[in-house]
Design a protein around this ligand. Structure first.
Ligand code: ZN
Length: 586
C-alpha cells in the first residue's frame, strides 16, 4: 500500500544551505540595483528602457516569491518549528522592507499622465493588463496630500471602528445551559455553532437562540457601528473619490462590469424558490417541518473511509475522464513530491495550493484522514494546481487568476469528482446523500451569499436615507422571509443575523464573490453537459489565460461568456437537475 505522501521542500532550499544564503544576498542586491531606476524615472523614460525596468522588477519579485514562499511552506509543515517560525518572521520583515523599497515605481506609474503611459504599455504588451490594472484606480485617487490625510485618519477612524466591532464580538461567550443537554460551560461561537449541526432538534434551536440572544443584546451598538462604517464608505468613495455607487468600488477591484454582477443577483433572486424546493425535500427526508434552525441538520453520518491510494485514484480518474492533460498536471504535483497529505504533528490545518512561480510546479498541503470530504479537498487543491500550470506561459504578474476566476479550476475539479462518485455509487441512498451535500453547498455559497449581497446594497441605500438600526433589522428579516418563503419557518431572532456577519463590516460587498465563483462553475458545467468533448479545449483555454485580462474578456475569448442573465440561468439549471435527480431517489 502506498504511504500518504509528504512533500520534499529541499527541492526549494535545504535549511541553512549556501543556496539559501546566497539567494537572500542576491535579493538585497537586485533590490538595490532596481532602486537606481528612481532617478531615471524623473526624466522621460524611453519605451526600451521601460521594458528593461519591468523585466527587472519581475526578476526581483520572482526571487522574493521563492524565498518568502519557502518560509511559508516550512512554517506550514510544522508550525511548532521555532527555526521555521523565526525564518518566516525574518522574511515577513524583509518583504515589508522590499515593498517600501520598490514602492517608488508604483507611485510614479500611477501618477503618470495617460499620454505618457500609453506608449510605454504598448512597448511591454506581455505586461499590459497588470500595468493597466495598477493604474485603474487613478481616476479615483486623490492628490497625494489628501491621500495621506485619509490614510492617517483611517487608522483612528474606520479601522479603529471595525477593530472595536471585532473586540466586542470576539469577547462573546455563549451559555450552554440554554441548550438542552448543555453542561453549563461557556463556549465560543465556533463551539456553539457545532451544535447547529446536532441531530437533536432542541439543541439546534437552542444554539441559534443563544447566538442571537447575545448579538441582540448589543444589536443597537453593533448596528450603530455598521451605520457609521457605511456612512464613512459613502463619504469617502462617492463624495471624495467619485465612484457612482457604493458597490462600484468592489466591482472595480474585481475588474467586473457592474451589469454582470447585477445579472447574477437578479437571477439568484428569481431562482430562490429552487432552494425552497430543496428545503422541502430536506424536510421530507428528516420527516419534520423545516425551521430555520434545521438548515444544517444532518441526514446520515458519513463514516465510510477511503484509503489514500483509492482516494488519489478517484480524483485522478475523475480528472482524466475530462481531459488526460488535467490528469497529467495533477499527477505531476504528487509525483514531483510537491504534495503533503500526511497527517503530522504541528502541521497547519486546512488546505492550500501555493503557486510561487509560473515556471515551478505548485505546492499543495492538506491532511488526508480518509474521509469523503478529504477527496473533495484533494480535487479542489489539485484543481488550483493544474490551473496555474496551464497558465505558466504568462509572466509572474499575469499567471495567477484574479479573484472572480480564482476558484474556477478548483470548483470544477470538485464537480468532476462528484460526477464520478455519483456514477459509481453503490446505492441510491449513497447517491441521495451526495446530492444533499452538493445542494447544501450550493445553497450556502450561491443562495445565501447572494441574499447577503442584496441586503448590503439595500442597507447602504437605507442608511443614506437615515434608516434606524431597527429598520435595518426589519429589512434583514424581510430579506430572509423572501428567501425562504413558505419552505422554512423563520423566527424573530434571525433579524439580528446581519450584525453577526464580519464580512459586511470588514470588506463591503465582498460576499458576492462566493456566489459568483460557484455559479460560474455551475454554468460552465452546464455547457460541458450540453457540448461534451467540444467544451474541453474551451475550459482549458480559459484556465491557460490565468490573470492576463479582465475576467469577462477571458470568458468571452474562450467562447464561454458573456456574463449575462442567460449565463447565470445556466448555473441554476444544474441545481434544478440535481433537485430532479434527488426527487427521483427519495
Ligand atoms: Zn480554493
Amino acid at each position: 500500500m502506498r504511504e500518504i505522501p509528504h512533500w520534499n521542500l529541499d527541492q526549494l532550499y535545504a535549511p541553512d544551505s549556501p543556496a539559501l544564503k546566497s539567494d537572500l544576498a542576491a535579493l538585497d542586491e537586485q533590490a538595490a540595483r532596481f532602486a537606481r531606476w528612481r532617478e531615471r524615472l524623473a526624466a522621460d523614460i524611453t519605451p526600451a528602457d521601460f521594458t528593461r525596468l519591468v523585466a527587472e522588477l519581475e526578476d526581483v519579485h520572482r526571487l522574493a516569491h521563492r524565498l518568502s514562499g519557502y518560509a511559508a511552506l516550512a512554517f506550514a509543515q510544522n508550525t511548532q518549528d521555532q527555526k521555521a517560525l523565526a525564518f518566516m518572521a525574518k522574511m515577513d520583515e524583509k518583504m515589508a522592507d522590499l515593498g517600501n523599497e520598490l514602492l517608488f515605481f508604483e507611485i510614479w506609474w500611477k501618477e503618470l499622465p495617460e499620454e505618457k503611459a500609453a506608449p510605454l504599455i504598448a512597448a511591454a504588451p506581455d505586461f499590459a493588463y497588470w500595468l493597466r490594472r495598477t493604474r485603474a484606480l487613478r481616476p479615483h485617487t486623490l492628490p497625494e496630500e489628501q491621500e495621506k490625510i485619509v490614510n492617517l485618519k483611517d487608522v483612528t477612524g474606520r479601522e479603529a471602528l471595525i477593530a472595536l466591532y471585532d473586540s466586542i464580538t470576539n469577547r462573546y461567550r455563549y451559555r450552554t445551559d440554554f441548550v438542552p443537554g448543555g453542561d453549563g460551560r461557556e463556549v465560543t461561537r465556533d463551539e456553539l455553532m457545532v451544535r447547529v449541526r446536532s441531530d437533536q432538534p432542541e439543541v439546534r434551536a437552542g444554539a441559534y437562540r443563544e447566538l442571537y440572544r447575545v448579538y441582540a443584546q448589543d444589536g443597537p451598538i453593533l448596528g450603530q457601528i455598521y451605520q457609521t462604517a457605511v456612512r464613512d464608505w459613502r463619504v469617502e468613495n462617492i463624495r471624495l473619490r467619485h465612484y457612482d455607487s457604493p458597490q462600484a468600488v468592489r466591482h472595480k477591484a474585481n475588474d467586473l462590469p457592474p451589469e454582470a454582477v447585477a445579472a447574477l443577483l437578479k437571477v439568484a433572486r428569481e431562482r430562490a424558490p429552487l432552494f425552497g424546493e430543496f428545503f422541502k425535500l430536506k424536510a421530507k427526508a428528516l420527516n419534520i417541518k423545516l425551521r430555520r434552525y434545521d438548515l444544517y441538520a444532518p441526514l446520515t453520518a458519513d463514516d465510510q473511509t477511503v484509503s489514500f491510494e483509492d482516494g488519489v485514484t478517484e480524483v485522478l480518474e475523475a480528472f482524466g475522464a475530462f481531459s488526460p492533460r488535467f490528469r497529467e498536471l495533477a499527477a505531476a504535483i504528487i509525483d514531483g513530491r510537491r504534495f503533503s497529505a500526511r497527517p503530522q504533528p504541528g502541521k497547519q490545518g486546512g488546505a492550500f495550493c501555493y503557486s510561487m512561480l509560473p515556471t515551478d510546479l505548485p505546492w499543495v498541503l492538506m491532511t488526508y484522514n480518509g474521509r469523503r470530504q478529504d477527496l473533495f479537498t484533494m480535487a479542489h487543491e489539485l484543481g488550483h494546481g493544474l490551473h496555474s500550470q496551464l497558465a505558466k506561459e504568462h509572466n509572474l504578474f499575469h499567471f495567477h487568476a484574479t479573484l472572480p476566476l480564482a476558484e474556477t479550476a478548483s470548483t470544477f475539479g470538485e464537480m468532476l469528482l462528484a460526477d464520478r462518485l455519483m456514477k459509481r455509487a453503490a446505492s441510491n441512498r449513497e447517491r441521495a446523500n451526495m446530492l444533499f451535500h452538493l445542494l447544501d453547498d450550493a445553497y450556502a455559497t450561491i443562495g445565501r451569499q447572494a441574499f447577503f449581497a442584496m441586503f448590503e446594497i439595500q442597507a447602504h441605500e437605507m442608511i443614506e436615507n437615515g434608516a434606524t438600526v431597527d429598520e435595518l433589522a426589519d429589512a434583514y428579516h424581510q430579506n430572509l422571509a423572501e428567501q425562504f418563503a413558505d419552505a422554512v419557518d423563520l423566527t424573530d431572532e434571525f433579524r439580528w443575523e446581519w450584525v453577526s456577519i464580519p464580512h459586511i463590516f470588514h470588506t463591503p460587498f465582498y460576499v458576492y464573490a462566493y456566489s459568483f465563483g460557484q455559479l460560474l462553475v455551475y454554468s460552465l458545467w452546464r455547457q460541458y453537459e450540453k457540448e461534451g468533448p467540444a467544451f474541453v479545449p474551451r475550459l482549458t483555454a480559459l484556465l491557460a489565460k490565468g490573470g492576463s485580462a479582465p475576467p469577462e474578456t477571458i470568458l468571452r475569448e474562450s467562447g464561454l461568456g458573456p456574463l449575462d442573465e442567460k449565463f447565470w440561468q445556466g448555473g441554476f439549471e444544474v441545481i434544478e437537475k440535481m433537485l430532479t435527480d434527488l426527487k427521483a431517489l427519495l
